[in-house]
Design a protein around this ligand. Structure first.
Ligand code: GLU
Length: 304
C-alpha cells in the first residue's frame, strides 16, 4: 500500500473543506492557535512512518489524553474501575451535566469529561506524583522524552472551566471523587494540556493497535484483553455524541480532542493521527474526520 501517496492525495482532497468550522475558544489559550494548519502521520506496526503537512507541529491533545488516563486507570483498578463509571456511549456533549445528575454521579464512560475527571481522581489517589508519572507514561508510549504539558493552556482552562468544576462538584456530591476537587481539576487540566505532534501521537497509539504484544510502559501494564476492550470503548465512545457518525464514516476505533486532533487505529496494521484545529458543531475536527473517511475508503482498510 503506497500510504505516502494516499496521504498526500487525501490531504489535498480535504482542502475543499478549508475554512469550515471553528477552533475551540472556550479555552482561551486554544483560540490563539493558527486554525489553518493540518497534518497526518500514519505509523505501521512494522515501524514505517508516513507523514504529510504539519505532522511535526505540536498541538494540544486535550481529550485524546483520556485514552492514556484510561490505560493507567485500568492498570491500577482492573474491573473495579467499572464501579465508578460505565462503558456506554453517552449521546450527549462531552461536558454535559444532566445525564450525570440523572445517573447519580456515575459517568456514562471514561471519555466524557465526567469520566475523565473520575479517572484523574483515581490517578491522584494511586500516585505520589501523578503529574510526573502520567507524563513519563506518555513519553514512553511515544518514545520521546521532550513531550510536555503546556501549563499556560492548563491554567487557561482551569480559570474558565466552570462546567468541569460543576461536574466535579456533582461527582463529589455523589461520593465519586475521593480527593480535593481543586487538586483533581488541576491534574485533569494538566493531562489535557499535553502537546504532541501527529508523528508522536501515531507512535503512542501503536501499542493499542497491537494488542497481541505485551503492554508494559513505565510501570503501566495491561493484558491483551484490556487493550482490546479499550479499543472497543474508543469505537463506541471516542467522538463525543458523534461516535456513531465517526464509526459510520471511518470505521476505526479512535479518540478526538478539542485541540483538533484525532488518533485512530487499524488493529494489527497501523495507528494514524491527524490534526486540524477547525471543529464541527460536535467538537470534532472537520478536516480530520474527512481525511480519515477518505483514508479508509481509498485503502478499503477498516474494521468493517
Ligand atoms: N480539556 C477539555 C475540556 O474539559 C477536553 C475536552 C475535549 O477535548 O473533548 O473541556
Amino acid at each position: 500500500m503506497n500510504y505516502q501517496q494516499i496521504l498526500s492525495d487525501i490531504l489535498r482532497q480535504a482542502e475543499s473543506l478549508a475554512g469550515e468550522g471553528r477552533q475551540a475558544d472556550y479555552i482561551p489559550a486554544l483560540a490563539e492557535v493558527n486554525p489553518d494548519q493540518r497534518g497526518i502521520c500514519l505509523h505501521t506496526l512494522e515501524g514505517e512512518q508516513f507523514a504529510v503537512g504539519d505532522a511535526d507541529v505540536r498541538f494540544s491533545i486535550q481529550s485524546i489524553a483520556k485514552v492514556f488516563a484510561l490505560a493507567m486507570s485500568l492498570s491500577f483498578e482492573g474491573d473495579d474501575l467499572w464501579r465508578r463509571m460505565g462503558k456506554e456511549p453517552s449521546g450527549t456533549a462531552f461536558n454535559s451535566l444532566f445525564q450525570l445528575e440523572i445517573e447519580h454521579g456515575i459517568p456514562r464512560n471514561p471519555f466524557i469529561n465526567a469520566g475523565a475527571i473520575v479517572m484523574a481522581d483515581i490517578l491522584v489517589s494511586h500516585m505520589l506524583d501523578p503529574e510526573h508519572d502520567f507524563l513519563t507514561f506518555v513519553r514512553r508510549l511515544a518514545g520521546n522524552d521532550t513531550i510536555n504539558y503546556n501549563r499556560t493552556v492548563a491554567y487557561s482552562e482551569r480559570q474558565t472551566g466552570y462546567l468541569n468544576a460543576a461536574i466535579a462538584n456533582l461527582l463529589k456530591h455523589h461520593h465519586n471523587i475521593n480527593n480535593d476537587i481543586e487538586r483533581v481539576l488541576q491534574f485533569y487540566c494538566l493531562m489535557c494540556s499535553i502537546e504532541m505532534s501527529c508523528r508522536q501521537l501515531a507512535q503512542a497509539f501503536i501499542p493499542f493497535a497491537d494488542h497481541q504484544q505485551p503492554f508494559r510502559y513505565a510501570g503501566v501494564e495491561l493484558t491483551a484483553s484490556q487493550v482490546k476492550r479499550m479499543n472497543a470503548i474508543m469505537q463506541t465512545c471516542g467522538f463525543y455524541d458523534e461516535a456513531g457518525e465517526f464509526s459510520y464514516l471511518v470505521g476505526l476505533p479512535g479518540k478526538s480532542g478539542v485541540g483538533g486532533g484525532i488518533a485512530a487505529i487499524y488493529p494489527q496494521r497501523y495507528a494514524v493521527a491527524v490534526w486540524s484545529p477547525r471543529l464541527n458543531g460536535k467538537g470534532n475536527s472537520v478536516v480530520g474526520m474527512r481525511v480519515l473517511e477518505l483514508l479508509t475508503t481509498e485503502t478499503k482498510e477498516s474494521i468493517f
